[in-house]
Write a protein that binds this ligand. Structure first.
Ligand code: HPA
Ligand code: ZN
Length: 335
């Protein structure tokens, strides 16, 4: 019942390389065994005999249904603590040393879980995960885009009470289909007024125009941005302004957003001068971790060591840390 067999060996150089990750969902790190145990504890039906079977899909829509089922196993603060703690344990095994990680309250509030229950559990879990496994984690609150601007603004209000040393920013995830991204312009401007950083999933299962809308709205990072190259003027702006992309090539292959890693635009985006970073998105759901992702991408595009280091360093540049913290992280992670 382990759903994360590693393909990059324990001593593979890209596993040992100290890494930074900017696009990973805490719920997307849930181990099948943990989900099974917690679902049994709370009497939550998972609809499958073997929880490993939850983690199969052919599209983003299938994936989001599985994601919601996995979320339903997490009820008490101690469950969220375990989720975040195990996320740090698994991240350490992938060589991740610093991570800005999403959590998605929409999937939990819907089930009657209080914001404070998930927040206090996750915050305690990342603290213990850092103490025991050396992975520093900060959080990004994701709003569920299809719910619309009303629930998104309401969540932003809830986030006012969150410890701002831990909550660095907000994002938006789920499908782009049928979602007019213009509606999120006030969310981005209000978040900025609150001093929060902003990012948005876009150009994943939607067109490059959604990236253009969110760039115009002023987001600090684009999550995925897979379709960026479809709009040359936008490429120029994203490159000129060095707006980071948190790319997740293997996730895009798994969800049939692109046909294969080789066909993924990651290498072309890098060549065009974009500040692209590599990320695992939902590692247990896709059965690989960040070290595997580095290995796969290096092999698909025949990238040499210097290129992989540049990609790693891009993630330090794109992190939401101030300049002195970035310099310290750069020194700590070395070459
Ligand atoms: N895209 C959209 N929604 C998500 C993702 C993703 O990559 N991961 C978790 N929720
Ligand atoms: Zn994502």
């Amino acid at each position: 019942m382990t759903n994360a067999p590693r393909s990059a060996a324990d001593d593979a150089p890209l596993r040992l390389l100290p890494k930074v990750e900017l696009h990973c969902h805490v719920e997307g790190t849930a181990r099948a065994a943990t989900v099974a145990e917690l679902a049994a504890k709370h009497g939550v039906p998972l609809g499958v005999d073997d929880p490993d079977d939850l983690y199969t899909y052919e599209s983003l829509a299938d994936f989001l249904a599985a994601f919601a089922t996995v979320c339903s196993a997490f009820v008490e603060a101690e469950d969220f603590h375990r989720l975040a703690y195990e996320a740090a344990e698994d991240a350490a095994a992938a060589g991740t040393r610093y991570r800005e990680m999403f959590f998605s309250p929409g999937f939990h509030l819907d089930r009657g879980i209080r914001f404070d229950t998930m927040w206090s559990g996750i915050v305690a879990g990342i603290a213990d995960g850092e103490a025991d496994h050396g992975v520093r984690t900060r959080l990004i609150m994701d709003i569920d885009k299809p719910k619309g601007i009303g629930p998104a603004m309401a969540l932003l209000e809830v986030a006012r009470v969150a410890d701002r040393d831990i909550l660095l920013g907000i994002g938006g995830d789920s499908t782009e289909r049928g979602v007019d991204h213009h509606m999120f312009e006030p969310l981005i401007s209000e978040a900025k007024k609150m001093g929060l950083k902003t990012c948005f999933h876009c150009g994943e299962d939607g067109p490059a125009e959604n990236i253009a809308i969110m760039v115009e709205a002023g987001v600090d990072r684009i999550d995925h941005g897979t379709r960026l190259l479809d709009l040359p003027d936008l490429v120029k702006r994203v490159v000129d302004e060095q707006i980071p992309l948190t790319s997740c090539p293997s996730s895009n292959v798994e969800l049939n957003i692109v046909e294969s890693l080789e066909a993924h635009p990651f290498a072309k985006q890098l060549d065009a001068g974009a500040l692209v970073t590599l990320n695992s998105d939902d590692p247990t759901f896709f059965r690989f971790d960040l070290a595997d992702e580095y290995e796969r991408v290096a092999s698909a595009f025949d990238f040499d060591e210097a290129t992989m280091l540049k990609i790693r360093d891009n993630a330090i540049d794109a992190a939401w840390l101030d300049d002195s913290d970035k310099a310290a992280l750069r020194a700590e992670l070395g070459a």
